[in-house]
Ligand binder design. Structure first.
Ligand code: ADP
Length: 244
């Protein structure tokens, strides 16, 4: 009680899986320069689900490509599990198929209704099925951070709710973290712990909105039916459209 800390202690969270600091990125092409991101800083903790929304073409996918290590920031730092991300570290990784991952894949195929399509060619699957298969491929590798770029857009409404629910549970139970890029504000509000709103290109962070729901069971469907839902939706909508 009344304890005071005499100097600021740098917060070193064991739980932080991702940290971005002052990230800048510009595409250089023959046609010229396209600044895509300016001064992006945020972090992600274990068990956290963060949604990123912003105008089309503002730089959302670029942000995920940077975190995935596909491209390198022009300025700024990215840390994953406390280690700086370098190009070299991104090419190793996870292509192992063990007995365990195979068993997990079978389990997920069953859950997502793809069991009978296990040996099908992608062209024999519907768009929604292909998207579910892609998600299963990601989940089998058990990454610490799920990078999701519009992963549900080809799913019908019912499946989208179910898959979103599953992903949310996996993230929280298994202490993973997820970064979801979506243009669907309802999806962002129904799934995320926080929504990061980006400005138009070059994207900077306009605002971060923590989503807090007073619910016994915090599921996407319950959120959609809650009184807070509309308020958050409108808040984000307004913020997104206050540019123009
Ligand atoms: P979003 O995902 O928000 O729609 P992107 O990150 O895909 O936006 O793109 C941001 C901007 O960068 C866009 O103006 C796009 O045209 C440009 N851009 C994306 N990829 C490239 C590339 N490989 N070369 C040049 N410009 C690109």
């Amino acid at each position: 009680h009344g304890e005071c800390i005499p100097f600021p202690i740098r917060e070193v969270s064991m739980d932080q899986v991702l940290e971005l600091k002052n990230i800048h990125y510009t595409y250089h092409t023959l046609d010229g320069e396209t600044p895509a991101l300016t001064d992006i800083s945020f972090s992600l903790n274990k068990g956290e689900f963060v949604a990123i929304v912003g105008p089309s073409g503002c730089g959302k996918s670029t942000l995920l490509s940077l975190i995935a290590g596909l491209i390198t920031p022009e300025k700024g730092l990215i840390k994953i599990n406390g280690k700086y991300l370098r190009e070299s570290t991104t090419n190793e990784v996870q292509h192992m198929l063990s007995a365990k991952t195979k068993a997990r894949a079978h389990e997920l195929l069953e859950i997502y209704g793809l069991k009978n399509f296990e040996n099908s060619h992608p062209s024999e699957l519907s768009g929604g099925m292909r998207q579910r298969a892609a998600l299963i491929r990601t989940l089998v590798l058990e990454p610490d951070i799920l990078l999701l770029d519009e992963p549900f857009s080809a799913l019908d409404y019912q499946t989208r709710l179910n898959v979103g629910d599953d992903i949310g549970q996996i993230i929280r139970q298994e202490e993973k973290a997820a970064l979801l890029v979506t243009h669907d504000l309802s999806e962002a509000v129904s799934l995320a712990d926080r929504v990061i709103i980006l400005s138009g290109r070059p994207a900077s962070i306009r605002q971060t909105i923590p989503l807090i729901f007073d619910l016994k069971q915090d599921t996407p469907l319950n959120r959609r039916n809650s009184p807070e839902f509309k308020n958050y939706f409108n808040l984000i909508w307004k913020e997104l459209n206050s540019d123009e």
